[in-house]
Design a protein around this ligand. Structure first.
Ligand code: C5P
Length: 258
């Protein structure tokens, strides 16, 4: 399985990453089988990875799909560097660390991923989490005692990540435009907190629609429950792609005859 190149991702036509936050392998593989070939990659987070271990990444690779391994490392630099080195052996397309872990931690994570480059220069990309999309302005100010606004904080964290050699950030679509201005076109911006107009926000606070996220400068969007909890996950994914490509409102059956 070849690793994804950032240029390919940036220029790719399919920006949809599906978060398969599911309790076990069988549930996950059923959804992947249904969506494979229609979305750009699958995001494995803590729930599924801790349930199934590294073999879930191998299983997904053997189905021919790319994996975004989102375990959000946040520890001392030495521990995170070695975690990146260990998980890099599984050759995920992307992995995550928390920007709040600081500059030395991110620098060592970025360097460890670069050691994993294959003969073609493909390697796992490292993304930094700027601020969880479930955290709103009040939580930031009153619970976390951070006086910056979410936008200021996210842009600061993006700048710090870029100076550490990190490939891009995970951020709310609401901050994508500012990050793009600050960090330039080569910096990858991946946005969760995306909610199609037909789905409730749930625990995501700083949300936008798929089309708004892409228009704001996101390279890829991450969508979980609106797809994985849909009666027909493929129909939900195709409706999201329609919305991104300006075909919102079109009947899903017309666009994709069933
Ligand atoms: O189900 P939903 O669409 O809310 O899933 C969003 C996914 O993106 C989850 O897997 C969550 O862990 C992840 N995520 C997020 N906010 C961040 C970083 C990652 O929601 N800042």
């Amino acid at each position: 399985m070849g690793l994804i190149d950032k240029r390919e991702l940036n220029g790719g036509n399919n920006p949809l990453i599906v978060a398969i936050d599911l309790p076990d392998r069988d549930c996950a593989l059923r959804i992947v089988e249904r969506l494979s070939g229609h979305v750009s990659m699958f995001k494995v987070g803590m729930e599924l990875f801790y349930a199934e271990g590294p073999r879930i990444v191998e299983d997904l690779h053997s189905m021919g799909v790319e994996v975004f391994l989102d375990l959000k490392f946040h520890d001392i630099p030495n521990t995170v560097e070695n975690a990146v080195r260990q998980l890099g052996r599984l050759q995920p397309a992307m992995m995550t660390v928390h920007a709040q872990g600081g500059l030395p931690m991110m620098t060592r994570a970025a360097a460890a991923s670069k050691e994993k480059a294959d003969a073609n220069g493909f390697r796992p990309l490292i993304l930094a989490i700027t601020l969880l999309t479930s955290i709103d302005e009040r939580t930031l100010r009153e619970d976390m005692m951070i006086s910056a606004s979410p936008a200021e904080y996210v842009v600061d964290m993006s700048r710090l990540s870029q100076s550490a050699g990190i490939d891009g950030v995970v951020a709310s679509p609401r901050e994508a435009r500012l990050i793009r201005l600050e960090c330039g076109d080569d910096f990858l911006i991946v946005t969760p907190g995306v909610r199609p107009s037909w789905y409730a926000h749930g625990d995501q606070m700083r949300v936008a629609t798929p089309a708004e996220a892409i228009a704001a400068g996101a390279d890829c969007i991450v969508v979980g429950r609106p797809i994985t909890r849909a009666v027909d996950p493929l129909d939900a994914a195709l409706r999201i792609l329609d919305e991104i490509h300006g075909r919102a409102g079109a009947c899903a059956c017309e666009a994709h005859p069933c």
